[in-house]
Design a protein around this ligand. Structure first.
Ligand code: GS8
Length: 231
């Protein structure tokens, strides 16, 4: 039995969670075996989820040999510190800081607008749409700088890594944002580097395996909206 098979790795998540997808992609890239448990946030949070993530009560939860770890970016960093089969974060401290900065931007700015496109309406939704376009512009600029104007394929340069993993799951939601916001994300005209980057990432096995189809995501988002629409 190889070293990795002796480890017990389990993930609680839900299919359409971009945060959960991050963890699945990371584990796949590292070649780790894991057990996956689907949770249903639309009906009831399981006792296991409440017990393992009592602070935020959110998915995903990563369980390594019985110890729970929460927050997708923290989980990715934990896997990097625990298994060195493929390092997800770049090796230079400055590059690591940049990758973490932009991953944090995605969680604070991009995700905030995403949530409001899905769960709000009228002026708040319009504002969220404008904010998403601005966030994508900023990410296009970051990709431009970090990939040497597009001459390198990924955010961190030549290797697919932490920041790619932090953002690519949202590609499965782009169709949902467009459909719910009744607008078009102008990738080809405004964000050509991101456009090419999404297509490149989508060719990776780890990404193909973790991302649900845009239709599945929309179906889930419609249920979320029905349940949580802020009036
Ligand atoms: C976000 C997790 C999250 O929002 C992370 O892991 O990176 N910062 C965290 N999880 C959602 C499901 S995915 O949209 C969740 O569990 N929501 C339940 C709730 O908000 O009660």
């Amino acid at each position: 039995m190889g070293l990795f098979e002796m480890e017990q790795v389990k993930i609680l998540s839900t299919l359409a969670s971009s945060f959960g997808m991050r963890v699945l992609i990371g584990l796949e890239e590292k070649g780790l075996k894991y057990e996956y448990q689907e949770e249903d946030l639309l009906t009831k949070k399981s006792d296991l989820l409440l017990q393992l993530n009592p602070v935020h009560k959110k998915l995903p939860v990563f369980i390594h040999n019985g110890q729970p770890i929460c927050e997708s970016l923290i989980i990715l960093q934990y896997t990097d510190e625990t298994w060195d089969s493929k390092q997800l974060l770049p090796s230079k401290p400055y590059d690591r800081a940049l990758a973490r900065f932009w991953a944090d931007f995605i969680d604070k700015k991009f995700f905030d607008s995403a949530l409001r496109i899905v769960l709000s309406k009228d002026e708040d939704q319009e504002q969220a749409k404008r904010e998403m376009l601005e966030s994508l512009k900023a990410l296009e600029g970051a990709l431009n700088e970090m990939s040497g104007g597009g001459s390198l394929p990924f955010f961190n340069g030549k290797d697919f890594g932490f920041l790619d993993i932090a953002f690519i799951p949202f590609a499965s939601w782009f169709h949902t944002f467009e459909s719910m916001g009744n607008f078009k994300l102008p990738f080809e005209s405004e964000y050509p580097l991101l456009d090419a980057w999404v297509k490149r990432c989508m060719e990776r096995e780890s990404v193909k395996k973790a991302l649900p189809s845009p239709d599945r995501v929309l179906e889930y988002a419609l249920q979320l909206r029905k349940k949580y629409l802020v009036n």
